[in-house]
Design a protein around this ligand. Structure first.
Ligand SMILES: [Zn+2]
Length: 495
C-alpha cells in the first residue's frame, strides 16, 4: 500500500493528520481525530492488560515529562543522545547524514562516526537534495528538547524526556519500598516522549512528540539464566533474524542453547511475539525480531533485538519497538549522580538490579495497524482492525425511522453502552450505506433493528469481515457480542 494513500485515508476518516493544521504546520507533530484516538487508546489498553499480566509484581506508574538536567546527565542523554547532521553550505537545509546515505545506497549507516559519514558523502559525491549545493562536514546534534523552569534569574535548566523509561528509573527506589520489596519488579509507563528529530518523516513513524509504551523489568542479574515460566514457551518458535545471519524460526530452548541468550530474556521475546501474532493477529510473514549489530545498538545494551513489522508503505521492515537488556547502566548512573543508593536488599543479599526493557512506539504501532488492516474488496474497502483495537465495538442501526423502530434501536444502543460496549448509533442513509461506513472505520459488528425485532425481540448481527449475519435475542446480545469480540465466529454464536 502506498504511503500517500494511508495518509489520505487517515485524514478522511478522522484517524490522524498534521498538528496545528490551520496554521503552517511544523513537521513531526501529529494530532489524532476521534477514530484514531479510540484505536490508540484501545491498543494501549491491550498492551496494559497483556504486559502487566506477565507478573503480579508489575505495575503501571505515571511520571512527569519535564525533568531536571541531572536526570539526563545520569542517563547519558546529554552526552550520547546525538544524531549525525549535515548542512548544505548554499541553502542551509539540514538532514540526517546517515539517512541521506541510506536513501541513496539502500543500506544502513547507523552507528558510523561523523568523520566516516563525511568521507562517504565525499566519496559518493553527494550534494544537497534541495539545491545541489555543497554539503558541509557532518556534525553531531543533541536530540533533547530543552525547557527552562522558572523565570528571570531563577531559571533552571530542564528537558522534556526523550523516553518514558527515565520516569521508571527515577521512581524505582520509591516503588520498591512502597511495594513488596521483591524482584523482579516491573514498572510500566505509557506516556509522551520528545526528540528533536532533524528530519521528521513518514507521518507517525518519525515524530518529534510521540507516545511510548515501555515496561522496565528490574531483576537480580544472578537470576538471568532462569525464568520460572520458561517451560510454557520452551518449544514456542521465535521468528528471529540474527545480526549476522538470516531469518529463522527458532524454538525458545534453542535460542538459549544455540544463540546463547539467557532464559529470562528469551521468555520476554516470546511474550512480545505472542502479543503481536496472537493478540493483534499480525500476519506471521509481517513480523520478525531483528538483532542489532554491535555498531547499531546503544553501547550499554548487552542484548538488543528490534521488534520489526514489514510495512510496504514506508519501505519494508520497520522498527516498532525493541527488547533491550540494559544491564546496570540506568540504576548505576542515577545512583551516582543523585547520591541515592539504588542497591536493594533481597533475601539478605545486596543487589543492584539490572534492567530488561520492553519498549514500543505507540504511534508507529497505530500506523502499522492501519496499513496491515486495510483491505480493498470488489464492493467496498474496509479496515479489518483486530476486534480488540477497533474504534467501536458495534454500530446500531434502525432499519427505518418510523413505526417505533428508531425508539427500539435507541433502547438497544443505550443497553449496550450501559453494559460497557463502545457502540454508536447511526440512522441516516440506506442500511447498505451505513454498513459501508462502519466497514470504512473498522467497526467489527453491525446491529440492525427491524420489524421482526418488534415481534420477536431479536436483532441482526453482522460480521464486518465475512459480511455474514445472524439473528440474536436482545436479551442474549451482550453475552453474544462479548464472545464475538473475543474472537468467536457468528456461525457458532447466533442462528
Ligand atoms: Zn541546499
Amino acid at each position: 500500500m502506498e504511503y500517500e494513500k494511508i495518509v489520505d485515508l487517515a485524514k478522511r476518516r478522522g484517524i490522524f493528520w498534521q498538528g496545528s493544521g490551520i496554521y503552517r504546520p511544523v513537521a513531526g507533530f501529529y494530532d489524532y481525530g476521534h477514530i484514531g484516538a479510540m484505536v490508540k487508546r484501545r491498543w494501549e489498553n491491550l498492551w496494559r492488560r497483556f504486559f502487566l499480566g506477565l507478573d503480579d509484581n508489575f505495575y503501571e506508574i505515571q511520571a512527569s515529562v519535564i525533568m531536571p538536567e541531572d536526570v539526563f546527565k545520569a542517563s547519558g542523554h546529554l552526552e550520547c543522545f546525538l544524531d549525525p547532521v549535515v548542512k548544505c553550505g548554499k541553502c542551509g537545509n539540514v538532514e540526517r547524514a546517515d539517512h541521506i546515505l541510506e536513501d541513496l545506497l539502500k543500506e544502513s549507516f547507523e552507528g558510523l562516526s561523523s568523520k566516516e559519514l563525511t568521507e562517504l558523502i565525499r566519496k559518493h559525491n553527494i550534494r544537497c537534495e534541495k539545491c545541489k549545493g555543497h554539503l558541509e562536514e557532518v556534525e553531531e546534534r543533541n536530540l533533547m528538547f530543552p525547557v527552562a523552569i522558572g523565570t528571570g534569574k531563577d531559571k533552571r535548566q530542564a528537558y522534556l524526556t526523550g523516553e518514558t523509561a527515565q520516569g521508571a528509573y527515577v521512581n524505582f527506589r520509591q516503588m520498591f519500598d512502597a511495594m513488596r520489596r521483591k524482584l523482579p519488579m516491573g514498572l510500566a509507563i505509557i506516556g509522551k516522549a520528545f526528540r528533536h528529530e532533524i528530519s521528521p518523516r513518514q507521518a507517525l513513524i518519525r515524530m518529534r512528540e510521540f507516545t511510548q509504551a515501555e515496561l522496565q523489568v528490574f531483576f537480580d542479574p544472578d537470576s538471568i539464566g532462569k525464568h520460572p515460566r520458561f517451560g510454557e514457551v520452551e518449544d514456542y518458535k521465535l521468528f528471529l533474524h540474527p545480526a549476522a545471519g538470516k531469518m529463522e524460526h527458532v524454538a525458545c530452548k534453542d535460542a538459549v542453547k544455540r544463540l546463547h541468550l539467557p532464559e529470562f530474556y528469551v521468555y520476554h521475546l516470546a511474550k512480545v511475539q505472542q502479543f503481536y501474532l496472537e493478540e493483534l493477529s499480525v500476519p506471521e510473514k509481517s513480523f520478525r525480531l531483528k538483532e542489532l549489530s554491535a555498531e547499531e545498538k546503544a553501547f550499554y545494551n548487552k542484548y538488543h533485538w528490534d521488534i520489526q513489522l514489514d510495512l510496504e508503505s514506508v519501505g519494508g521492515w520497520k522498527e516498532v519497538g525493541g527488547v533491550h537488556y540494559r544491564a546496570d547502566h540506568d540504576l548505576k548512573g542515577h545512583g551516582k549522580v543523585s547520591g541515592v543508593s539504588m542497591s536493594v536488599n533481597v533475601h539478605g543479599k545486596n543487589v543492584l538490579p539490572h534492567v530488561l526493557e520492553i519498549s514500543m512506539g505507540v504511534d508507529r504501532n497505530v500506523y502499522a495497524l492501519l496499513e496491515l488492516s486495510y483491505r480493498q474488496e470488489k464492493a467496498r474497502d474496509l479496515l479489518a482492525f483486530p476486534r480488540v483495537v477497533a474504534p467501536f465495538d458495534a454500530g446500531v442501526f434502525p432499519l427505518v425511522n418510523k413505526d417505533g423502530i428508531e425508539e427500539k434501536a435507541r433502547e438497544v444502543y443505550e443497553m449496550l453502552r450501559r453494559e460497557g460496549f463502545a457502540a454508536f448509533f447511526d440512522s441516516s442513509g440506506s442500511i447498505g450505506r451505513r454498513y459501508r461506513r462502519i466497514d470504512e472505520i473498522g467497526v467489527p459488528a453491525g446491529i440492525t433493528i427491524d420489524y421482526d425485532t418488534l415481534k420477536h425481540g431479536d436483532v441482526t448481527l453482522r460480521d464486518r469481515d465475512t459480511m455474514e449475519q445472524a439473528r440474536v435475542k436482545i436479551s442474549d446480545l451482550p453475552a453474544v457480542l462479548k464472545r464475538f469480540l473475543n474472537g468467536g465466529s457468528l456461525s457458532e454464536l447466533g442462528n
